[in-house]
Design a protein around this ligand. Structure first.
Ligand code: AKG
Ligand code: FE2
Length: 211
């Protein structure tokens, strides 16, 4: 398998583990080979254009709502129905196993959706796991656009826990993977000027009873 988990220098993986333990996040520039990134990109765009995605919502349970002024992407969950999705999910499973072995996280589930932000859309500052109240432990974001530059907008901004101090501003790059601890890093997606395509995912530790 050609991914950082198997093929890249051990040093790259150690940087990821150090980043996650010491600052709560890590960035890998070329996580996916070009051909796989492109296949996933085509599927996401095709899905959006054929109305296969739905507007993402915020909140849980009875508070669940669509609110474009907070979150403007459309999504569809990966279901492993294509070879490219299965390849991606296998790589994430190897990555999950590595995080479990090295950081003892006990992750036993991974869920991921394609996300499509049309021009002008954004996702305001939020937590993926506010005060550790959900079973999401680790967030992954994989960027699928073939080209991106700083004037395209759509940066991912990682904040300190005060939700104000900027820790890192990340310009999405083709095939780049951002990983962060879901309960440690508030973050936002700045308004995008180009259609912005990605896969956002969460590694979870579900109790045996709820699985
Ligand atoms: O697309 C990104 O860079 C982050 C997306 C995100 O924060 C989310 O879907 O919860
Ligand atoms: Fe998020």
């Amino acid at each position: 398998m050609n991914s950082i988990v198997e093929a890249a220098p051990r040093a790259a993986m150690e940087d990821v583990l150090d980043g996650l333990t010491e600052q709560g996040y890590a960035v890998v520039p070329d996580f996916l080979p070009e051909s796989l990134r492109n296949a996933l990109y085509q599927q996401a765009v095709q899905s959006y254009q054929s109305d296969g995605m739905h507007r993402a919502s915020i909140g849980q349970g009875r508070d669940n709502q669509i609110n474009t002024s907070i979150r403007g992407d459309s999504i569809v969950w990966l279901d492993g129905s294509t070879p490219a999705q299965r390849d991606f999910l296998e790589r994430m499973d190897a990555y999950r196993a590595l995080l479990n072995r090295s950081l003892y996280l006990g992750i036993n589930n991974y869920e991921a959706h394609f996300a499509y932000y049309p021009p002008g859309r954004y996702y305001r500052t939020h937590w993926d796991n506010f005060r550790g109240r959900s079973n999401r432990l680790v967030t992954t974001v994989l960027y699928l656009n073939p080209h991106w530059s700083s004037d395209c907008g759509g940066e991912l901004v990682l904040y300190a826990e005060d939700e104000k101090t900027v820790r890192e501003t990340i310009v999405p790059q083709p095939g780049m993977l951002v990983t962060f601890m879901s309960a440690q890093i508030p973050h936002e997606v700045r308004p995008t000027h180009q259609p912005r395509v990605s896969i956002a995912g969460w590694m979870r530790r579900d109790s045996i009873l709820s699985r």
